[in-house]
Design a protein around this ligand. Sequence first.
Ligand SMILES: Nc1ncnc2c1ncn2[C@@H]1O[C@H](COP(=O)(O)OP(=O)(O)OP(=O)(O)O)[C@@H](O)[C@H]1O
Ligand SMILES: [Mg+2]
Length: 350
Amino acid sequence: MTEGVAFRDIVKRYGDTVAVNGVSFTVEAGSLVTLLGPSGCGKTTILRMLAGLENVTSGTISIAGRNVTTLSASERDVSMVFQSYALFPHMNVLENVCYGLRRSGITKAPAAERAREALRQVGLDGYDRRQPSELSGGQQQRVAVARALVLRPQVLLFDEPLSNLDARLRRQMREEIRDLQQRLGLTAVYVTHDQQEALAVSDRIIVMSRGRIEQDGLPRDLYERPATSFVANFMGESSQARATVKRLDGERIVVRLGDAAFTVDDSRAADGETTVAIRPETVAIQRGPASDGALAGTITKAAYVGTHMEYTIDTAAGALFAVCPRVDRPLAPGEAVALTLAPRGIIVVA
Ligand SMILES: Nc1ncnc2c1ncn2[C@@H]1O[C@H](COP(=O)(O)OP(=O)(O)OP(=O)(O)O)[C@@H](O)[C@H]1O
Ligand SMILES: [Mg+2]
């Protein structure tokens, strides 16, 4: 692996507040790593330290193998796309994108040429002379991306770049950012608190809580094999159920919920009573009473939400939330059902 960015034992204190509490991670060159976590967990602070806009209290930061811990922002080859876009309101689009190049001493004509190329890459051909106030939120966001891209930085940072956009535009822009990042082979650190956005754009995800890393891994592993209940809850919906775990062999366990038993791949869980998280889309529901190995339940709530049905189901292991793509002949509260759980949807958490 070629190292793009490395954080080693980074601590950041503001007076008594510990914003970042011993964080270490690496970002492979040419990959996109997302920092995901709730408000106040230290995401922006990490980006600002990486960009050189904030000093570390202790620890070291390196970029492409060079220790940059004490270098100023201008001595690092990093650009940041801010949540607020931070465009210069009195400059037109082209001037906004040229600004960094002109400051680094590039003359007007070549700077304009590179800026036009960056604007083309974000799909803003022909918007050179517009003022930021004459652009939609999504277009302003693209200008902010172009302004960061044009500097061809070693590392590109995104701080919640899509949070001001509506849902449809958010999906389109996240696809475009991911596409550009892969096409240009950029090393990127992306911050969001939206787990779906994180799953969609990332090579790796780092889930944070209170200034610490909870788990660092591949998107699919974080969703399907979260290491802690915090990660399980943060990475998507789940219900808590009471269960008994018994190890079959080194790799597999039997999870017993009420009268039902399911075999699950898991090399970590210990034998005994525990709480498991159940992903709602992995619960298969059948009408009628349960037999052989299925979990018996009674529908208590049913809601039609267009693309699927949402059900709450009372069971001996607790109330389970389930989603079902079949919207014809929906189940009604009071109906008896038999539930089968997909092994990947049963998560034993620490
Ligand atoms: N300049 C500062 N002075 C004092 N405390 C600060 C400062 N900047 C951040 N903090 C504190 O550090 C912690 C982490 O803040 P940070 O901005 O990194 O969170 P975040 O994960 O980006 O949150 P959000 O999702 O709300 O943007 C918070 O408790 C915050 O109040
Ligand atoms: Mg922030």
